[in-house]
Design a protein around this ligand. Sequence first.
Ligand SMILES: Cc1ncc(COP(=O)(O)O)c(C=O)c1O
Length: 342
Amino acid sequence: MIDLRSDTVTTPTPAMREAMLAAPVGDDVYGEDPTVIELEQRTAELLGHEAGLFCTSGSLANLLGVRLLVEPGQEVVCDVGAHIARAEMGAHAAVHGLTMRTVPSINGLVDVGAYAGVIAPNAGPYLVSTAAVAVENTHNFGGGTIQPYDQLVALGELCRAEGLGYHLDGARLWNAHVATGVSLAAYGSLFDTVSVCFSKGLGAPVGSVLVSTADRIAQARIWRKRLGGGWRQAGILAAGGLHALDHQVDRLADDHRAAGAFAAAVRDQAPRAVDVAAVQTNIVVLNTGAVPAAQVATAAKDQGVWVSALGPRMLRAVTHLNVTVDEARTAGEFVGRILASA
Ligand SMILES: Cc1ncc(COP(=O)(O)O)c(C=O)c1O
C-alpha cells in the first residue's frame, strides 16, 4: 500500500526509536523530566516565545491555547475550514464553554477584511464578545496552503488594535517555514499562543507543544492537568520531537516535491481534478467531479493507494516521511487513471 491518507501515519525511524530509548526521563508533573523541559524550551525559542508546554496532541494544544485567550461565553473567530472548528469534536465548546464564529475563505487563506467584518470586541450585553482570532498555517482542509506573511501581520495588527488575542494552529508550521524560508520565529512571534505538532510531517509518534508567555504557559499547565493531560516520564516521547527537530525538518522539502509529483501525475490523466499550481506543501486536494469521492477512494485502495475522502467530491492525499517521490508519482498515476475512466 502507498498510504497517503495523512502525514500522521508515519512510523518512527530506527534512529528516532534509539533516541527515544536513550532519553533521560523524570516525572513531568513534578517538572522533573529533562527531555520534556529541553523540548519545551527549544520549541519556545524557535518560535520566539518565552515558554512551552508539551501536550499529547495538536487538539489539546489548540484547546489550551485558545482557552488562554478566551473566557467561557466569549467567542473565537476562525475560518470556516479551520481544524479547531471542524475536527476537534467541538471540544472548545464542550469543555471550555466558548463559542466560535467562522468567516468564509478560499483554500483557508486569511482575508483580513472578512475578519474585520465579523469580529465584535466588547460587544456589550446583547451580543457575544469576540476575544480572539485563530488562524491555521499551513491550512489542512485548504490543501496545505501557506498563509501569506503580510496577511498574518495585517490580521495581527487588527487583533492588537481591537484588543483581541491571536492564536496560531501551527500543526504544520514547519512545512510553511521550509517552503517559504520565513523563520519559525518570524511566524511565531506574530501570535500570542502557537501550537505546533511533532506527530505530522516531522514523523514523531506523539506530541505537540504550545508556546506563549511564561505566565500563560503556567496557566495552561494547570488546565492540562485538570483535563487529565499531566504525564510522567514523557521524555521518552519528547525525545522523538527533539530528534525530529534535529533531523526531520529540512527533509519536508522532499514531501513537497512528492506532493507536486503526485498532483502532476493526476493532472496528466485527469486535468480537471487538480490544480497543480495550488499545491504548496505536502497536501493535495482533488475534485472528483461527478463521481463520489468515497467511490474513488475505494477504487484507489483496491489498487494499493490510500487517500482520504474529506467531502462528497473532495479527496485529500498527503505525502510524508514513509513515501518516496517515485511512489507518490505512481500513486498519482493510479488515482488519475481512476478519475479519467470514471
Ligand atoms: C491543522 C491541524 N491542527 C490540529 C490538528 C490536531 O492534531 P492531533 O491529531 O494531534 O490532535 C491537526 C490534525 O491533523 C491538524 O491538521
